[in-house]
Design a protein around this ligand. Structure first.
Ligand code: BJW
Length: 225
């Protein structure tokens, strides 16, 4: 179990050049959420959804981890076994910064899921055009990401880890999406010290012991120092 559990969202990757979802210039400005991030949207127009994720896979591959990702990886290196990152992000910038324990609860761009055989597999190319599944041959590969209405990955283990941690930090997420947004309540209820490091404050900050506002590349290195 980890003493420190860190929940991260799109804001931690923003300064690596990866767009967030709900900002004025965010991803949802260009796309209706229900068209690209629901099973129904995918069934209606798979080509649109593949184009959306193929472009994001290329953008993530071209991005580099920033000082916030690196500070968290350095913390884990200083305190082996004490840090668990629970990320809503589908990029791999935490891993590329050197973090070892990362749980991608909303899936990963670097993975594909075969809807025919159920296999999850590393995938680094485009999915547009319907490449065959290397396992079963069906042309049924989709992005291995969690859309609205689908179950997030690893939730039971994460609830257990959060209920047992000493510190729970939330970095760069709007807190608009459950179940990730409800983890702070679990941590607070269990007696962990809670912190929010975000560009903007939440309307309701009652569950946070500490609130540090600012860009993650400035706040996170200072916070973990
Ligand atoms: C900075 C910064 C800087 C910027 N430094 N900070 C009614 C119908 C159906 C479902 C529901 C419903 N009501 C509720 C639900 C549940 C639903 C939900 O939460 N909906 C709400 C929107 C209302 N949740 C789900 O459906 C989840 N599943 C579920 O509940 O399953 C139940 C179930 C159980 C058992 C069996 C079956 C089902 C699944 C949610 C999946 C979310 N998926 C997405 C897409 C993933 C793939 C992809 O990336 O495309 O996840 S949506 C999108 O939002 C993505 C993100 O991970 C997630 C959160 O976004 P995030 O990271 O918070 O980004 P932003 O943009 O919102 O915020 C960025 C923040 O950073 C801002 O605050 C900035 O200020 C800050 N910031 N720059 C520091 N430099």
């Amino acid at each position: 179990m980890a003493r420190i559990v860190v929940l991260t969202g799109a804001g931690i990757s923003a300064e690596s050049g990866i767009r967030t979802f709900r900002a004025a210039d965010g991803l949802w400005e260009d796309h209706r959420i229900e068209d690209v991030a629901t099973p129904e949207g995918y069934a209606a127009d798979p080509a649109l959804v593949h184009a959306f994720y193929d472009e994001r896979r290329r953008a993530a591959a071209a991005a580099e981890p920033n000082a916030a990702h690196i500070a968290l990886a350095d913390l884990e290196a200083r305190r082996p076994g004490d840090v668990l990152i629970v990320t809503q992000n589908i990029d791999d910038l935490h891993e590329r910064a050197g973090s070892m324990r990362v749980s991608h609860i909303h899936g990963e761009l670097g993975s594909a899921l075969c809807e025919a055989c159920g296999e999850r597999m590393p995938w680094h190319g485009d999915l547009a055009g319907g490449p065959p599944c290397p396992v079963c041959g069906a042309r049924a590969l989709r992005p291995d990401v969690v859309w609205f209405g689908e179950a997030v990955y690893g939730l039971d283990d994460i609830f257990d880890a959060v209920a047992l941690c000493e510190q729970f930090w939330v970095i760069g997420t709007s807190g608009a999406v459950t179940p990730a947004a409800s983890l702070v309540a679990v941590a607070a209820e269990a007696g962990a010290r809670t912190a929010l490091l975000n560009l903007e404050a939440y309307e309701d900050l009652r569950l946070f012991d500490d609130v540090v506002l600012g860009p993650a590349t400035a706040t996170v290195p200072e916070w973990v120092a």
